[in-house]
Design a protein around this ligand. Structure first.
Ligand SMILES: NC(=O)CC[C@H](N)C(=O)O
Length: 201
């Protein structure tokens, strides 16, 4: 297939950075705000930002249902930070009315590292990404507290109490608690573009 078309949910958050990284990773990237635009992409990135705000914007832009349906039908999706929270089946420490897209059989905890440190950076080994560890930028990041049987853990970091899961994949859905779009290293985006290509052929 030629270059896959990958949307970036553009309601709020780090949209431009993802667009730039996707283009470097060999995709045609498009900001997405309307259901009609969503139907034209082969995959979608849900950026970091604020999951509570994004959740209510998804509803007011009438994207919540179409997005749930496309993800359930197998559209590849990649969520970073707030995007990971939205893709999860359940989010702890979230507002009770926050919407979940249910694309990943995981339970995440919002702002989980935030109790000790708001933001930090760390080099993490990332399964499926070759050429050395990925420099991970965490900004009021969630961690993954529970994973279902079909979920692959791709990266973890040590915390004061335990090792915390910070990157996962289930089928064509990928998520990181950190922001690979902020580092100039497009290897995680390349992995996602490969997932999109494989799903479309
Ligand atoms: N950098 C981020 O995306 C932070 C996520 C934010 N803490 C939230 O709950 O949505």
């Amino acid at each position: 297939m030629s270059e896959p078309v990958v949307g970036v949910l553009a309601l709020q958050g780090a949209v431009r950075e993802h667009v730039a990284m996707l283009e470097r990773a060999g995709a045609v990237a498009r900001p997405i705000r309307r259901p009609a635009e969503l139907s034209e992409v082969d995959g979608l990135v849900l950026p970091g930002g604020e999951s509570t705000a994004m959740s209510s914007l998804l509803e007011s832009f009438e994207l919540l249902q179409p997005l749930r349906e496309r993800i359930a039908a197998g559209m590849p999706a990649f969520g970073s930070c707030a995007g990971m929270i939205l893709l999860a089946r359940q989010a702890l420490d979230a507002r009770p009315d926050q919407h979940q897209l249910d694309g990943l059989d995981i339970v995440v905890r919002r702002n989980a590292f935030g109790r000790q440190v708001d933001s930090f950076e760390e080099d993490v080994d990332f399964a499926g990404v070759h050429g050395g560890p990925v420099h991970a930028v965490f900004i009021r990041a969630p961690w993954v507290e529970k994973v279902g049987a079909d979920v692959e853990v791709l990266a973890s970091v040590p915390d004061e109490q335990a090792t915390r899961i910070v990157a996962v994949r289930q089928g064509a859905v990928l998520a990181t608690a950190f922001h690979p779009e902020l580092t100039g290293d497009e290897r995680v985006h390349r992995l996602f573009v490969r997932i999109v290509r494989d799903a479309s052929t």
